[in-house]
Design a protein around this ligand. Structure first.
Ligand code: NAP
Length: 296
């Protein structure tokens, strides 16, 4: 089935990210209407072809789809007043500000009550990635609404994924992504701190990690772990048991303490491993930690 074509778009919020979204749409040749609380931020976009409408309801009424990118949930709730929602009735609102899943559900029910078609989206990228159409954008909400606007979202952002029909799925997914990124960043920095404290060349540490990433080995290990969480079976895969990994973790902590490097996050990891082993998982693969993390 042919994918629906791009549509005219109104962008609410022209900060660093909202401005990049509007810019990206203009670069891809779409008709763009813009609105911002502080009108001066629209000037550069108008020079590039956008139409600035200072009245919020009129701006929403100018396009079949409105993309909103404000600071936070409170800003979205204050902007979406009765008049603005009435203007959006029968149209689509795509909410891209960073919010939680509970906040998204609150917005979705407010929009449903006013017959506004609503999609969540969370941007997992920086403004420059939008401008180059290489950003990752995760969306959730009714699949038929997503499919209708997927071409426009792809033109604007690059890589667009629908991660669930229920409102709130995209914010949950995005938090999981951020947690993954932060965990990776923390681990790289922790390793660098250990190397620095014991006089290991930081360039050697960096080069090694870049090779580890590009070799595909880490990707293969992640795929095995991810499969363990899906199947919830932890008897084989990577080839090392929880007991073996706990021994390695103790040695990492020892090494850090000797080098005077911080061990706070490793203490939490050890506590999680101990709980898992106490629950009888010592001879399972390390993916079994997932059971402790999801235990009520
Ligand atoms: P920003 O540059 O600080 O812009 C904030 C925007 O929100 C401005 O348009 C501002 O309007 C508007 N705003 C704030 N409070 C408002 C209110 N009460 N009523 C009306 N408008 C209000 O922030 P940003 O970087 O564009 O980020 C916007 C969203 O994108 C955030 O949720 C952020 O987490 C998300 N995001 C940003 C990035 C990034 O790298 N920048 C990456 C991923 C996701 P004024 O101009 O009038 O102040």
């Amino acid at each position: 089935m042919a994918e629906p074509q791009h549509s005219a778009v109104t962008v609410l919020g022209l900060g660093a990210m909202g401005g990049a979204l509007a810019n990206g749409l203009l670069k891809r040749g779409l008709p763009v209407t813009v609105w911002n609380r502080s009108p001066d931020k629209a000037e550069a976009l108008v020079e590039q072809g956008a139409t600035f409408i200072p009245d919020l309801s009129a701006a929403i009424g100018a396009s079949p789809v409105t993309i909103m990118c404000l600071s936070d949930h409170a800003a979205c709730m204050s902007v979406l007043n009765g008049k603005a929602i009435a203007a959006a009735a029968g149209r689509t609102l795509i909410q891209l500000s960073t919010i939680t899943s509970a906040e998204s559900r609150e917005l979705a029910s407010r929009m449903a009550a006013a017959s506004v078609r609503y999609l969540d989206g969370q941007i997992l990228a920086y403004p420059d990635d939008i401008l180059e159409a290489r950003a990752n954008l995760v969306c959730s909400g009714p699949p038929e609404v997503f499919n209708e606007h997927a071409a426009t979202l792809r033109a604007m952002a690059g890589n667009v994924y629908h991660v669930g029909a229920s409102h709130g799925a995209a914010p949950s997914f995005a938090k999981a992504h951020d947690s993954f990124s932060l965990g990776c960043y923390l681990s790289l920095l922790q390793g660098a701190a250990m190397c620095a404290s014991s006089g290991v060349d930081l360039r050697a540490w960096s080069d090694y990690n870049l090779r580890y990433l590009s070799s595909g080995n880490l990707g293969r290990e992640m795929a095995i772990l991810a499969d363990q969480t899906i199947t919830r079976s932890y008897d084989e895969g990577l080839g090392a048991t929880m007991n073996v990994w706990r021994g390695a973790a103790i040695k990492i902590v020892e090494e850090c303490r000797t080098a005077g490097a911080n061990v706070a996050h490793l203490d939490s990891l050890l506590a999680l491993m101990d709980k898992s082993i106490a629950a009888g998982a010592g001879e399972k693969e390390i993916g079994v930690l997932f059971e402790q993390m999801t235990a009520k």
